[in-house]
Design a protein around this ligand. Structure first.
Ligand code: C2E
Ligand code: MG
Ligand code: MG
Ligand code: MG
Length: 269
C-alpha cells in the first residue's frame, strides 16, 4: 500500500468515530454435524474511497497508535448487538491483540460491553494468538483467569505458527485450539502437513479442548479433518465472512456438504 502509516493513522482515528470499522461474521460449523455453532468476528474497514480494507493492514496501525482498545470496543459492541438480534443460541469468537493482554482492565471492558447489549458472556470466546503471549505470560495468565471467571471461553489461535506453544497451552486455561490455516491448506499435497494436523488435533483432544480448523476450502480437506476427529471447521467451504445485515440469511441455510461416513480415511497413508 502506497499510503503512509501516519496517514492511515489519522484516517483510522476518524474511521472509528464515523462507523467505518465494522465486524464481519464467518460461520463456524460442526465438522461432523454440519450445524452452525457460531461466528468468528473479523474486523473490516469500509473505506469510502479505497473499498474494504483487511485487518492485516489496519490492526498493526491501531496497535501502534494506541487505538486498539477503542477498536476492540467498537467491534465488540456491534458484534454483540448483531448476534443478540438473531435470537439464537450462537457463540461468537472475537480476536484480541497482544497488547490488550497486558491491559488488566480488558475483562471489565468486555463485561461492560456485553451488559450493554444483554449478551451472555458464556457465549463469547476470546481468540488469542500465540505471539501475544511470549513475553508476558504471567500477566496474560492473570487476565485470562479474570475472563474465565466471567464465563468467557478462550481459544489459542493460529496454533503451530507462534512460539513456545506448548508452554502457552499449559500456562493458560484454554478451551479451544485453532489449527492454523497454513497446515490445513497444505494437507492434501503434503503428508507431513497431514501428520501435523493429526498430531495437533490429538493434542487438543487429550487436553479436552475443542479443536477448530481454519481455512477449509474444499471437501477433501473437510473429509480429512472429519476423519481426524476435528470438532469445528471454518473456511470458504462453509462461507466467507459476511456483514451483520446478511447474518439472518445465513443462519437458516444448510452449512455443508457431507456429514457422511466417518470411518473411511480419505487420505490413506
Ligand atoms: P484469524 O483470526 O486467524 O482469522 C482467520 C482469517 O482467515 C481471516 O482473515 C479470514 O477471513 C480468513 N479465512 C477464513 N476462511 C478462509 C479460507 O477458507 N481461506 C483463506 N485463504 N482464508 C480464510 P482476515 O479477516 O483478513 O483477518 C486476518 C487476521 O486479522 C485474523 O486472523 C486476526 O488475527 C486479525 N483480526 C481480525 N479481526 C480482528 C479484530 O477485531 N481485532 C484484532 N485484534 N485482530 C483481528
Ligand atoms: Mg482468529
Ligand atoms: Mg486464526
Ligand atoms: Mg490467522
Amino acid at each position: 500500500m502506497a499510503t503512509k502509516r501516519s496517514e492511515i493513522k489519522t484516517e483510522l482515528k476518524k474511521a472509528l468515530k464515523s462507523g467505518e470499522i465494522v465486524p464481519y461474521f464467518q460461520p463456524m460449523v460442526g465438522i461432523r454435524t454440519g450445524l452452525l455453532v457460531g461466528f468468528e468476528v473479523l474486523a473490516r474497514w469500509l473505506h469510502p474511497q479505497r473499498g474494504t480494507i483487511h485487518p492485516d493492514v489496519f490492526i498493526p496501525v491501531a496497535e501502534q497508535a494506541d487505538l486498539i482498545g477503542e477498536l476492540t470496543e467498537t467491534i465488540l459492541l456491534q458484534a454483540f448487538a448483531a448476534t443478540t438480534a438473531l435470537k439464537r443460541d450462537l457463540n461468537i469468537s472475537v480476536n484480541v491483540s497482544p497488547i490488550q493482554l497486558r491491559d488488566s482492565s480488558l475483562s471489565e471492558e468486555i463485561a461492560r460491553a456485553a451488559a450493554m447489549a444483554s449478551f451472555p458472556l458464556h457465549r463469547l470466546t476470546i481468540e488469542i494468538t500465540e505471539s501475544a503471549l511470549v513475553d508476558n505470560l504471567e500477566l496474560a495468565a492473570t487476565i485470562a483467569g479474570k475472563l474465565k471467571q466471567l464465563g468467557v471461553k478462550l481459544a489459542l489461535d493460529d496454533f503451530g505458527t507462534g512460539y513456545s506453544s506448548l508452554r502457552n497451552l499449559q500456562a493458560l486455561p484454554f478451551d479451544e485450539l485453532k489449527v492454523d490455516r497454513t497446515f490445513v491448506s497444505s494437507m492434501i499435497q503434503s503428508r507431513d502437513s497431514r501428520k501435523i494436523v493429526a498430531a495437533v488435533i490429538g493434542l487438543g483432544q487429550s487436553l479436552k479442548l475443542t479443536t477448530v480448523a481454519e481455512g477449509i476450502e474444499n471437501e477433501t480437506q473437510a473429509d480429512i479433518l472429519r476423519w481426524l476427529g476435528c470438532d469445528v471447521g471454518q473456511g470458504w467451504i462453509y462461507g466467507p465472512p459476511v456483514a451483520a445485515r446478511d447474518l439472518s440469511k445465513i443462519i437458516d441455510a444448510p452449512m455443508s456438504t457431507s456429514t457422511h461416513t466417518l470411518h473411511d480415511s480419505p487420505a490413506s497413508d
